[in-house]
Write a protein that binds this ligand. Structure first.
Ligand SMILES: [Zn+2]
Ligand SMILES: [Zn+2]
Length: 90
């Protein structure tokens, strides 16, 4: 993982709580069907209804995926990411 923090995924949230990087292992959340296995960079965070979602982009194949984030651990990083996303808009 990107920052060296050990990630124990539960099948749905396998991104790192420290840096929000993920790994391209799923086609659909939790299915482990992707062969890619490369790091996925967090590029965007947004609200969908009452849930925060993170967009990950695969550094190898460029696939983009939105994942739900429901962990309180993630919030500091998500705020940072949202701020960066907002700054890119202006
Ligand atoms: Zn990390
Ligand atoms: Zn990939």
């Amino acid at each position: 993982m990107q920052c060296g923090h050990a990630v124990s995924g539960n099948g749905y949230t396998n991104h790192c709580p420290k840096c929000l990087w993920s790994v391209h292992v799923d086609e659909d959340p939790g299915d482990r069907a992707a062969d890619c296995g490369k790091p996925m960079k967090p590029v965007h965070a947004f609200l969908k209804g009452e849930r925060i979602r993170i967009t990950h982009e695969c550094t190898a194949c460029g696939l983009r995926k939105n994942v739900n984030s429901v962990r309180a651990d993630d919030y500091d990083q998500i705020l940072t990411l949202m701020r960066a996303s907002a700054e890119r808009m202006f």
